[in-house]
Design a protein around this ligand. Structure first.
Ligand code: AKB
Length: 340
């Protein structure tokens, strides 16, 4: 790769003047965040301008029926390139990832998908003069030596999971490509994401979603972390808002690239169970911690996201009470009408 930063910028400018419309590709579009992000972006930019892609998992009918969907494998560069060329893509949201819990069982797979997948996308960004790339990071970049309360933007990044190692490396790689080649790469450190469309798969914060489905269906849940385990979390509408707002932020205002701290709320597993009980009084929660407890304990409890507030106006809409009320309403209605 011999392109210099200046050459890259010149090429981008001339290709930008020919392109009027955003043509977006999303990897991991069958996943928890990818599926809802696809729909939000389709609503904003038009169905045909947002190409959803996945590796194996069949996406939701909503994603499948509302616009283009293709199977690709981010570890195989040519499969991504084929889609960039076929759809004249200029923006990529790289949501494909192996999360923290599965990453501990399959560390090589985690490295391969999270790192080699990202490397392929960044190389293609240069080769095809893409205008903007979104690379999600996670609170998993932090580790036991990081301050747990109000975790600063700039702090110790020594994770103890393979997922965390790939996320720190991804942030650094993104920053490197941004500085060296001038590529516009943006990303944030997602906390646990709570949602009701697509179940999360293989993360440590998955209990904060599963608990709602079990509370509504069976009125009980066995939680895999201790009751006093506190983690930063965010409801999906805020996650989508944050992602799109960061991608649309004025580049001249951004001092960071791929590593923005963001949060919306922090609560313990027991706080969440109590909040659900306000809506479902019969609900009972037990706690049987497994290997994910150690992962959860290595992560922060509360996050300082003032850089995101300052640089692109981040401001969440949902706290614990508002999120819980919405989750219980949406899932109860769905369960009554068609089950899960
Ligand atoms: C996980 O639990 O692995 C993810 C994350 C916090 O990035 N939800």
């Amino acid at each position: 790769m011999n392109t210099t930063r200046q050459e890259y910028h010149k090429e981008i400018e001339s290709s930008m003047s020919q392109k009027t419309m955003k043509r977006i590709l999303i990897t991991g579009a069958a996943g928890q965040i990818g599926s809802e992000l696809t729909m939000a972006l389709r609503e904003k930019y038009g169905n045909d301008n947002v190409v959803a892609t996945g590796r194996k998992t069949k996406p939701s009918e909503t994603v499948l029926n509302s616009g283009p969907f293709e199977y690709i494998d981010v570890t195989k560069k040519e499969t991504i390139e084929e889609m960039i060329e076929k759809y004249d893509i200029d923006t990529i949201y790289n949501m494909a990832a192996i999360l923290s819990a599965v990453g501990e069982d399959h560390p090589q797979l985690c490295w391969n998908v999270n790192m080699n997948g990202l490397y392929n996308i960044l190389d293609l960004a240069i080769e095809h003069q893409l205008t903007r790339i979104f690379v999600p990071s996670s609170i998993a970049v932090f580790g036991p030596e990081t301050p747990k309360q109000n975790t600063p933007q700039e702090t110790v990044l020594k994770p103890t999971t393979m997922y965390g190692v790939t996320k720190v490396s991804g942030e650094l790689l993104g920053d490197y490509y941004a500085k060296k080649y001038g590529i516009d790469i943006r990303g944030m450190r997602y906390p646990g994401i709570i949602s009701n469309e697509t179940l999360p798969g293989g993360g440590t914060t998955d209990y904060a979603v599963e608990i709602f489905y079990e509370a509504i269906k069976n009125k009980k849940y066995t939680c895999f972390v201790k009751k006093d385990t506190m983690l930063p979390m965010m409801y999906m509408p805020d996650c989508i808002k944050a992602t799109i707002d960061l991608m649309e932020a004025d580049p001249s205002k951004l001092k960071h690239h791929c590593d923005f701290n963001v949060t919306a709320m922090s609560f313990s597993a027991e706080d969440l169970a109590h909040e659900i009980k306000k809506h479902i009084p019969e609900f009972k929660c037990e706690y049987k911690p497994d290997f994910r407890q150690k992962i959860a304990e290595s992560w922060p409890q509360t996050i300082d996201d003032s850089a995101a507030q300052k640089e692109w106006g981040w401001n969440p809409d949902f706290d614990l009470a508002k999120m819980t009320e919405d989750m219980v309403n949406v899932l109860s209605q769905r369960y009554e009408s068609k089950g899960f």
